[in-house]
Structure formats: structure tokens, C-alpha cells
Design a protein around this ligand. Structure first.
Ligand code: HEM
Length: 246
């Protein structure tokens, strides 16, 4: 590997170790052993793709919601047609001009909440949360599902409404206080910065190219499946029609 030709995350880790070797920095080297490198790469691949399949299931939710909500799907498609058109594919750069599309994804993440209860953490000292005493060494987990379905924070809580995330100019506004699909703080999802643009790009591309509907007679309401560690839409069928070549 040549140091100025970094192809991916693995190269960056190997380069960091080579630099630490050259600088004889034992402290850094002790944190970049083969085991660290292997486990870091496993974390990235398994958390993002395999283990809980967060991004794939988020897209399932978004597609299933669109199939049952034709008015919202049309608004997403109007925005994409206006900003991107039909002659080229959406790119990452279009994201800032596709706020309604992004807000629609945010709403699918809220109502779907792929990770309903976060990973276990442990308190490092005695503390107080919401008036409750929590002693040191207590296992604590964030209930993302409850945050996303709390009627004290969300008007008409079960309604799918992308405008919750938009400001008066139709741009993505401040993140609502109770929207936390990626968690927060020091152990926030490491993949948030990858997942958000990636999901936006894929969702925008699907919406640009296809009209998605439900087979006749299907209840438009989304039924939930999955488990306590991972929410999914119950298995569903959709009809996919080409919007570009028709
Ligand atoms: C829609 C997609 C995703 C959602 C909703 C999501 C959500 C979460 C949540 C709730 C956590 C637990 C945070 C905590 O402990 O408080 C987490 C952790 C993590 N996620 Fe994601 N994630 C997504 C995609 C990804 C992707 C694509 C990757 C990797 C490329 C990834 C890598 C990780 C890693 C490494 C952790 C552990 C972080 C740590 O413990 O320090 N995630 N994620």
C-alpha cells in the first residue's frame, strides 16, 4: 500500500499503524494490534450490514410506508423530479436540495425505529435521571421506541408526517428533541454519517425510478414484525412500476 493512496477504511487503519511504528509511538501501537484491526472492521461490517441489518430494514420501512401513502410518495417524487429530473440519477450532492425526501426517511425511521432499544451501557458513577436515582454500575439502555412514540413530544403521534422535520422554508430544520434513531453521546452510532447519505441516495433513486403501490385489497396500514431487538415491517407485497421509461 502506498501511503498517499488510501482506498478504504482498512488502508487507513494499516497506515495509522505504520505511522505509529515509524514514530515508535508505543501507546498508539498498543491500540492498533491485529486484534484491534480485525475487531474494528468486524464492528463496521456487522453493525452496518449483518448483525441487525439496520440500513436494509430502514429502506423496507420507507418503501412500505410509501406504498401505503401515495400522496406522500407523490410529494417525494415531485421534489426529485424538480431537483434531479429524470435524465440522470440522484447524487450525494443533491441531498441538501431534497429536504422533503430526507424528512420522509426521518419519519420512516421514527415510526419504524429499527433499533427499538439501544445497546446496553453501564453507569460509571451514582447519578440521577428524570428524578430517579441510578447507582454506579447499573446496566442502562435507551428506549428509542418510547422516545419516538411519546405523545408529549409528537403531535398526532401515529401520523406519518414528514413536515415535522421541515422549517418554514421547507428545508430540514433542527432535529426534534425526541428523534434519536442513532442514539447520542460518546457511544452514538458510529455509522450515522455513512447511513444517512447512503440511505438518502438509495431511497431517492428508488423514488425517482419507480412508482410503488400495494396490491388491490391490501390494508394500507403498516403492520409491525421483528423482535424486541430489531423492529421490521411484517412481510409485505408491493407492485413496482417504472416511472422513467413509460
Ligand atoms: C439506519 C441505520 C442505522 C441505525 C438506525 C443505527 C442505530 C444504532 C444504534 C441505536 C446504536 C447504539 C448506540 C448506543 O450504544 O447508544 C448503534 C451503534 C453502532 N452502530 Fe449503528 N445504526 C445504523 C447504521 C449503522 C451503519 C451503516 C454502521 C456501520 C457502517 C453502524 C455502526 C455502528 C457501530 C460500530 C455501533 C457501536 C458504536 C459504539 O458502541 O461505540 N451503524 N447504531
Amino acid at each position: 500500500m502506498i501511503s498517499d493512496k488510501i482506498r478504504d477504511f482498512t488502508d487507513s487503519l494499516i497506515l495509522a499503524r505504520k505511522e505509529a511504528e515509524q514514530e515508535e509511538n508505543d501507546e498508539v501501537l498498543s491500540q492498533l494490534t491485529n486484534t484491534h484491526l480485525r475487531q474494528t472492521l468486524m464492528d463496521i461490517f456487522s453493525a452496518g450490514i449483518d448483525m441487525i441489518d439496520t440500513s436494509r430494514i430502514t429502506l423496507y420501512f420507507a418503501v412500505r410506508y410509501m406504498a401505503g401513502l401515495p400522496d406522500i410518495q407523490s410529494k417525494v417524487q415531485e421534489e426529485i423530479d424538480r431537483v434531479v429530473g429524470k435524465d440522470r440519477l440522484p447524487t450525494i450532492k443533491d441531498r441538501e436540495n431534497l429536504s422533503y425526501t430526507e424528512a420522509t426517511l426521518h419519519e420512516a425511521m421514527r415510526l419504524g425505529t429499527v433499533v427499538p432499544v439501544g445497546l446496553p451501557h453501564s453507569t460509571m458513577c451514582d447519578t440521577k435521571v428524570g428524578g430517579y436515582d441510578v447507582p454506579q454500575d447499573t446496566v442502562v439502555m435507551i428506549n428509542h421506541w418510547a422516545l419516538h412514540h411519546d405523545p408529549n413530544y409528537w403531535i398526532d403521534v401515529e401520523k406519518f408526517d414528514p413536515t415535522r422535520y421541515l422549517d418554514e422554508n421547507g428545508k430540514l430544520g433542527m432535529k426534534p428533541e425526541s428523534w434519536l434513531p442513532f442514539s447520542a453521546g460518546r457511544r452514538v452510532c458510529l455509522g450515522e454519517v455513512v447511513a444517512k447519505p447512503e440511505l438518502h441516495l438509495i431511497f431517492a433513486t428508488i423514488m425517482q425510478r419507480f412508482k410503488i403501490t400495494l396490491p388491490e385489497g391490501t390494508n394500507p396500514e403498516l403492520k409491525l414484525g421483528g423482535s424486541s431487538s430489531n423492529t421490521q415491517p411484517a412481510p409485505f407485497q408491493i407492485i413496482v412500476e417504472d416511472r422513467i421509461n413509460t
